[in-house]
Design a protein around this ligand. Structure first.
Ligand code: PLP
Length: 519
């Protein structure tokens, strides 16, 4: 879920931190081997009695060799995973200013609610009569999303934002096919996140890129020039990933509708608008909501996402199954065969969506209330503008402010210093900060996209600002080597990320087997 930028400089081959201690540990930061390297054959976390002699019915298909799992005692297993977890940076540890990802605090109240046995122990195949409360909860989250967006329908099952995009675009494709008007092109502005063009391409559409104006907003004339009756939809993020609001959005919606196309809005940045603007009023036909961003459910390594999609009237009939119906005081799930008049494009996912995320999101909505959610977006936008105001003379601001909930800088302030955006980000790690989003969006050079969210205190923002200013001054003073050697204090220094992504080693081979294989 987190954005990864491209490195402009090859990563250093140095992968080990300075080994100044006997153990390789550094303070209370412990080195950790792979679990297979910790293997002590024969040890086991549980005491199992020898099985009695039994007759197997596997017809010779039984395993003949050792299963190859490492042998460890219970404390060894616990320590292994605890040590690994301590190498992980998390929103619970500190500021996580990853732009466009809305890494906000996950309130513990949400967690408490999600762990209520009635929710956490529920099984998706239980009879409906035994899960009335769970269905009511799904229905209640759905109504909040409809009210907040001003749209009449919502598909709850998508498992993340990108999955929601797929869902919304499949509904659009189904609606077009239903009226005998399949189309081939989808318009995507150049600042769009990669998931937008990827979604359109995955559905067989040709992606037609629309350029930006000087102010980071869609070039309306260029958009109009591309619009014709072969365009199925536009996929637009608002506020966009340059951190600015697309002011012409109503005009864009009208233009798109005039040629019979649909308006898909990427709602990942809804944190800037929640409680203030209803996307339905802007002419949007479909939009996903990342419950794990706007509505504070855990994100990234913290848990599964959830990306419900709100739909306009013309798309509602094409929503995927299942959906919850409330009739005669009872809740039930509508599946394909039973729903009359529905032209659903089918099923998108097993079962009904991410139940635990629905519980957390509802806890968040109810604890804030409508007015509290409006306060969320106000504070998120205020925090980003505070960063903009305090950093604008030090970093280079890409587009004129004010910004929405995130602020975009580029690498012009590093020009001539020999320091890249990547080096700068690595130095932030040494200072105890997760870097901002780097090298995204692609419309500016060496992007640094910072999103503080409303859950950071003024003190925490000030601390971040002071570190960024000090580092920028250091870079400008000509200390490039300092940056190129960063991070010094992380468990690992610079990894060859490209090789790790392209040639991952997914199967452990003991060193003996590896040297044999090499011969
Ligand atoms: C996060 C994000 C997505 C994708 O959402 P996931 O839940 O990560 O799949 C899409 N668009 C934008 C602008 C995003 O920030």
């Amino acid at each position: 879920m987190l954005k990864q930028g491209r490195a402009t400089r090859p990563a250093s081959s140095e992968t080990q931190p300075d080994q100044a201690t006997v153990s390789g540990n550094r303070g209370l930061q412990l080195e950790e081997k792979l679990i297979f390297e910790l293997d002590s054959p024969g040890s086991c976390g549980v005491d199992l009695e020898e099985p009695e002699v039994f007759e197997n019915h596997l017809g010779g298909l039984e395993r003949k060799e050792e299963i190859g799992l490492p042998g460890l005692s219970e404390p060894e297993v616990i320590r292994h995973y605890t040590r690994l977890s301590q190498k992980n940076y998390a929103i619970d540890a500190g500021l996580y200013p990853l732009g466009s990802c809305t890494m906000k605090h996950n309130p513990r109240l949400n967690e408490k609610m999600a762990r209520l046995p009635g929710f956490s122990d529920v099984h998706p195949l239980q009879p409906e009569s035994t899960v009335q409360g769970a269905l009511e909860l799904i229905d209640t989250v759905a109504s909040w999303l409809k009210v907040l967006t001003g749209l009449p329908a919502v598909a709850m099952s998508p498992g993340a934002g990108a999955h929601g995009e797929l869902c919304g675009m499949m509904a659009i494709r189904a609606a077009l096919e239903d009226r005998g008007d399949p189309r081939r092109r989808v318009l995507v502005p150049s600042s769009a996140p990669g998931t937008n063009p990827a979604t359109a391409a995955a559905l067989g559409y040709t992606v037609d890129e629309v350029p930006e104006r000087e102010d980071g907003r869609v070039d309306l004339a260029a958009l109009e020039a591309r619009l014709d009756r072969d365009v199925a939809a536009i996929m637009l993020t608002n506020p966009n990933t340059c951190g600015v609001f697309e002011r012409d959005i109503v005009k864009i919606a009208n233009l798109v509708h005039e040629v019979g196309a649909f308006f898909y809005c990427d709602g990942a940045n809804f944190n800037a608008l929640v409680g203030r603007v209803r996307p339905g009023d802007l002419g949007i036909d479909a939009m996903h909501l990342n419950l794990h961003k706007t509505f504070s459910t855990p994100h990234g390594g913290g848990g599964p996402g959830s990306g419900p999609v709100v739909l306009s009237e013309p798309l509602a009939a094409f929503a995927p199954f299942p959906w919850v119906v409330h009739e005669g005081g009872r809740y039930s799930l509508r599946e394909a065969a039973e729903a009359e008049g529905a032209k659903s494009f089918g099923r998108l996912k097993g079962f009904h969506g991410q139940m635990g995320m629905f519980v957390r999101a509802l806890a968040y909505m109810l604890s804030h209330g409508g007015d509290g959610l409006a306060q969320v977006s106000a504070d998120a936008v205020l925090s980003a503008n505070y960063l903009l105001a305090r950093l604008q003379d030090t970093l280079s601001v890409s587009f004129p402010g004010p910004c929405m909930h995130e602020v975009l800088f580029d690498d012009r302030f590093l020009k001539g210093t020999g320091v890249t955006t990547l080096d700068f980000a690595k130095a932030l790690i040494d200072e105890g900060f997760h870097p901002m989003t780097m090298y995204f969006p692609l419309v500016v050079h060496g992007a640094l996209l910072v999103e503080p969210t409303e859950t950071e205190s003024l003190e925490s923002l000030d601390q971040f600002i002071e570190v960024v200013i000090a580092l920028a001054e250091r870079a400008k003073a000509g200390d490039a080597e300092y940056f190129q050697a960063a991070p010094r204090f992380a468990p690992r220094r610079r990894l060859d990320e490209t090789r790790a992504a392209r040639r991952p080693i997914l199967r452990y081979k003991p060193p003996a087997a590896r040297s044999e294989a090499a011969e």
